[in-house]
Design a protein. Structure first.
Length: 289
């Protein structure tokens, strides 16, 4: 479901743009997409708040880390991560398949089945906002995104920090309007584009690195940012870069304004605890970081 919104119709912690289009049985409810009006999505607003865990597993029972470990984690999250450390961390994740998918190097959240849940809405958004060029950062292995590109001719640049991954996708998927660059999205110069797509990217970064990435997106002179946000969460936790947690970008410390449009990813796995996951569209010039 794509929900077009404005500052009058979107609330920061609820409202039509933040409703979940699913009933208790898990059946999808269809909301009409209209380029002039927000669709009237039927369903209950999300009101739950759950501490961040890996996105595709139930929260495990864990032993509380020691004071030294907790202090080290807080310090690691507070400071910017160097390019070399970022590259080593995400290369290790890629080489060891730490996100545990037999289909995609980017994890089970990037399977073709997951992409199929919302890819038509993404194409509708691209058309509605007249997007002719995209920088996808991080692009991963293009596993689900290639189906979007097959539906819509568009100038596409995929960005990832893992050299072996970029070499692999370049060999498999490069075309005249499709290219891939090995770069650090938090600091390297990015190509100009209408839209920066950052699905499941900021959720792996510390607050410091996520802010740096957003500022870097703004420096690229892209007009729009389409990125992951969990609309029902009431607060955000900091992490060392390379881990994972949910983020609501309208809450502190980011405090984004209400989005221009929202795509419901229909994320119903793990008992539905991530069903508030959205791709939300912002104008980069309207974001203060």
């Amino acid at each position: 479901m794509v929900v077009a919104s404005n500052s009058r119709s979107v609330q920061r912690s609820g409202g039509d743009a933040h409703r979940i289009a699913a009933d208790g049985s898990g059946n999808r409810r269809v909301a009409r997409y209209d380029s002039a009006h927000a669709p009237r999505a039927e369903g209950r607003s999300s009101t739950f708040s759950i501490a961040g865990t890996h996105p595709l597993t139930q929260p495990p029972a864990v032993t509380r880390p020691s004071l030294v470990t907790r202090t080290a984690r807080r310090l690691a999250a507070h400071f910017r991560t160097s390019r070399d450390r970022l590259q080593r961390r995400f290369t290790t994740i890629y080489e060891n398949n730490e996100w545990r998918s037999d289909e995609s190097a980017s994890g089970v959240g990037s399977t073709r089945a997951r992409g199929a849940d919302f890819q038509d809405d993404l194409v509708a958004l691209i058309n509605r906002w007249q997007i002719s060029s995209i920088v996808d950062a991080p692009c991963g292995d293009l596993n689900w995104m290639r189906n979007v590109l097959a539906q819509r001719e568009i100038d596409y640049t995929g960005i990832d920090i893992v050299p072996a991954l970029i070499e692999r996708v370049s060999r498999a998927h490069s075309e005249s309007q499709r290219r891939f660059l090995c770069a650090d999205m938090t600091r390297d110069d990015l190509p100009a584009a209408d839209l920066v797509l950052c699905r499941d990217g900021l959720v792996h970064l510390s607050f410091a690195d996520a802010r740096a990435a957003i500022r870097n997106f703004q420096r690229s002179r892209a007009r729009y940012l389409l990125t992951t946000t969990f609309v029902a969460r009431t607060k955000n936790a900091d992490i060392p870069t390379g881990e994972w947690r949910v983020l609501n970008l309208e809450k502190a410390p980011f405090r984004f304004p209400p989005p221009l449009a929202v795509i419901d990813e229909r994320c119903r796995h793990s008992g539905g605890i991530y069903r508030d996951k959205r791709l939300a569209l912002w104008e980069l010039a309207a974001i203060a970081v």
